[in-house]
Design a protein around this ligand. Sequence first.
Ligand code: TRP
Ligand code: ZN
Ligand code: CA
Length: 441
Amino acid sequence: MTLSIPRRTVAVAALALAGLLGSAAPAATAGPAASAGPAAALAAPDIPLANVKAHLTQLQSIASANGGNRAHGRAGYKASLDYVKAKLDAAGFTTSVQQFTSSGATGYNLIADWPGGDPNQVLMAGAHLDSVSSGAGINDNGSGSAAVLETALAVSRAQLNPTKHLRFGWWGAEELGLVGSKYYVNNLPSAERSKFSGYLNFDMIGSPNPGYFVYDDDPAIEKTFKDFYAGLNVPTEIETEGDGRSDHASFKNVGIPVGGLFTGASRTKSAAQAQKWGGTSGQAFDRCYHSSCDNTSNINDTALDRNSDAVAHAIWTLGTEPTVPPGDAYENTADVSVPDNGTAVTSTVTVTGRTGNAPAALKAGVDIKHTWRGDLVIDLVAPDGSAYRLKNSSGNDSADNVVATYTVDASSETANGAWKLRVQDVAAQDTGYIDSWKLTF
Ligand code: TRP
Ligand code: ZN
Ligand code: CA
């Protein structure tokens, strides 16, 4: 059977005039639109270990004055929160206390916002502030609470002007099952959830027989911590002692990119780990985990010092890097000719500076000049090579040009990387070129 499809005159003249036929322009990539803030991330200050330890001394005193613990529903918890809040208020943070009920007792989260930064890109660091009832909880989790507090105070001392909006959180009732952080996340309107560029969790970061563990979650956050430790020449391992056992799980469950640090709980340090980190093999990372001896003696100063500096490094690096406001586009305006009835051609845009995955409603705006658009098959190709069909060919779609915006569920794709528009002309005679295309996040 012979297909006879009416074809209109090829607009060779116009294309030739534009100097486009036969010239596959290099796929240069235009960057995102200019945004506020520094051109590169700023270097973090050293966090004074003495300041972090002074907070631990205060938390120990609070526990000692309140029956030996800082547990949910006990006086020592609220006193801990009041201590942290007073420091933040004096330093210029906007604080709020969120109440919830768990096991018949009132629980509290403390949220502290540093004024400024892009309100549509929130970077949050948090730690649980409650202990178990059997002890003062100085490593679990005075350590994370104190490091996050001292980093927030360092933000104030530096009067940091971040690109992202910085928020700090201290969670109640983590030891009852991540209750406070779940409450916080569940009560975020969905429009607020989508503004989080990341959540960083610090739970047990000064274990007395420490390991150096980095959460294996969002790649950009993980890399930030690994880079810090590479700079110290200290090897790290991926955290495996119970993924989902701390407050980052609450954020991860709603699709927020997460990361964090950990120095180990009741698991035993291996000979290989003692070899590279020092300490005692065959012994738990924290022999006082969830017991009465988790007091100010239950801290390794070197681990607490390094990890406190790592918290600041992550806040400074991720919080001051140039950002692309949501809605901004990555565009390639270089022309690429599409050979008639030939092989596929591509045009690339390189996405940088984002954390986590692409949105569920990624917009691919396509502008292809062509004299018979039915000839064209168009795919969006993600950085890992997976293809999303935007348009099939059609024998009877005789209109000119493809000027359209396609919505793609790209939520399983890492946002950063080289995205390609792949265009193939699958029928003879009519021709055209990619004029421009863009991805809008
Ligand atoms: N949050 C846990 C607790 O308090 C401690 C813990 C165990 C942990 N495994 C972890 C914290 C892994 C962070 C990551 O009981
Ligand atoms: Zn803990
Ligand atoms: Ca053709």
